[in-house]
Write a protein that binds this ligand. Sequence first.
Ligand code: ADP
Length: 174
Amino acid sequence: MRITLVQGDITEQDVDAVVNAANSSLLGGGGVDGAIHRRGGPTILADCRRLRATRFPKGLPTGQAVATTAGELPALWVIHTVGPVYSPSEDRSELLASCHRESLRVADELGARTVAFPAVSTGAYGWPVKDAARIAVRAVRKTDTRVAEVRFVLFDERAFTAYGEALRAAGPTD
Ligand code: ADP
């Protein structure tokens, strides 16, 4: 698997699946979630509502992932995952790793070969970006998957730098 980095907007990525940093309601929010629903149009929310009504009446648990169609986005699917809210007093890194692992498991189920991830939990959920980058890169590298490219799409330069450093620290993948 190749891990690549892009500074930019995840809604513009021409990949099989984009990962959404959703909240457990699956009914929309700010940040990446807002951007995906805005650009993807109403079919994504309609799918999310159906998932709430059928599989996740109490919401999608933290650390899990589920797919919907991608509406008008260039991607074919959106994989919604719920990152943990950062806590300075409790180690929630396993849940953040789980988001990445579970998203790739769902990608494998879909047959997606290229998957774009945002910096899950580093916005509204407050995770320090260097630490999140380390956890995300490590989790992706450790996952056994048929996904050929994982592309981290970082909105700002700080996140782009942090993910670049985490990737270099982890060593080569190919
Ligand atoms: P969370 O609630 O998991 O923290 P957010 O969406 O608030 O999720 O933020 C996650 C990261 O996504 C932040 O680093 C934020 O800057 C970034 N982000 C916001 N919009 C976009 C976008 N359109 N494409 C890629 N990244 C984005």
